[in-house]
Design a protein around this ligand. Structure first.
Ligand SMILES: C[S@@+](CC[C@H](N)C(=O)[O-])C[C@H]1O[C@@H](n2cnc3c(N)ncnc32)[C@H](O)[C@@H]1O
Length: 213
């Protein structure tokens, strides 16, 4: 009961810090340092540092990437942090598989606009290809995703030219698919443009599809 109460209080603080009016991503990062590992993981898989976010946003700005579609975004808190740290110049959207969980009373709130795979009939024309048809440039993001078949299917539909893969450094021994360093992308022109080493041995890899330039 004590744990539940403290978790509720922590969540209340996080909701406050991510609220449009009161929101502060710097305070949220500092607050995240004080959280129990279990709640941290429930909220998002990795907690970046201020420098991590700045480096990430520097790359986005350099390539004029203004929209991100995050597949398997979970709570979307990482994506919220990215957008807030970038001064809200990036529009973020998320796609999740399990509506029952994300709309249940046990789950945490979504921090970005969330869409669901089960609305799949809308995916083809309006969401993946329409939302990310690259005018202006957009990116499809996978963070600690672990479903090769689904990943390849998203890539097949996606018409944008940027792909951001976030996952563990191989030395961590955690399996994700795709892995950011060895994603085994289909042979249709994906080129690694940048690799950022984030804190706690996480890697952010930016791939560009050159065949559509
Ligand atoms: C390890 S979690 C990572 C969550 C979040 N990206 C993070 O970094 O905290 C993987 C997420 O992918 C979602 N997922 C799995 N298969 C999916 C699919 N086919 N389409 C969309 N999301 C999927 C799961 O529901 C889960 O939230």
């Amino acid at each position: 009961m004590f744990v539940e109460q403290s978790e509720l209080e922590s969540l209340r603080e996080i909701y406050y810090l991510t609220n449009g009016a009161s929101g502060s991503w710097r305070k949220l990062l500092a607050f995240g340092d004080s959280l129990e590992q279990q709640l941290k993981r429930k909220l998002l898989w990795i907690w970046p540092t201020m420098v991590d976010l700045e480096n990430h946003n520097h790359f986005l700005a350099k390539h004029h990437i203004q929209r991100i579609l995050s597949i398997g975004c979970g709570s979307g808190l990482l994506e919220w942090l990215m957008a807030a740290a970038g001064g809200q110049k990036i529009s973020m959207h998320g796609l999740e598989v399990d509506r029952n969980w994300w709309q249940s009373k046990y789950s945490v709130r979504s921090f970005i606009p969330l869409n669901y795979v089960e609305d799949a009939d809308q995916l083809d024309d309006s969401f993946l290809s329409g939302c990310c048809n690259d005018a202006p440039p957009c990116a499809m993001l996978f963070c600690y995703f672990n479903n090769r078949r689904a990943f390849l299917e998203y890539l097949r539909i996606y018409q944008g030219k940027w792909l951001i893969l976030i996952g563990p450094h191989p030395a961590l021994g955690i399996h994700t698919d795709p892995n950011p360093i060895q994603p085994q992308l289909p042979a249709d022109g994906w080129v690694l443009r940048e690799r950022l080493d984030w804190t706690d041995r996480n890697v952010v890899a930016f791939y560009e599809k050159c065949s559509i330039i």
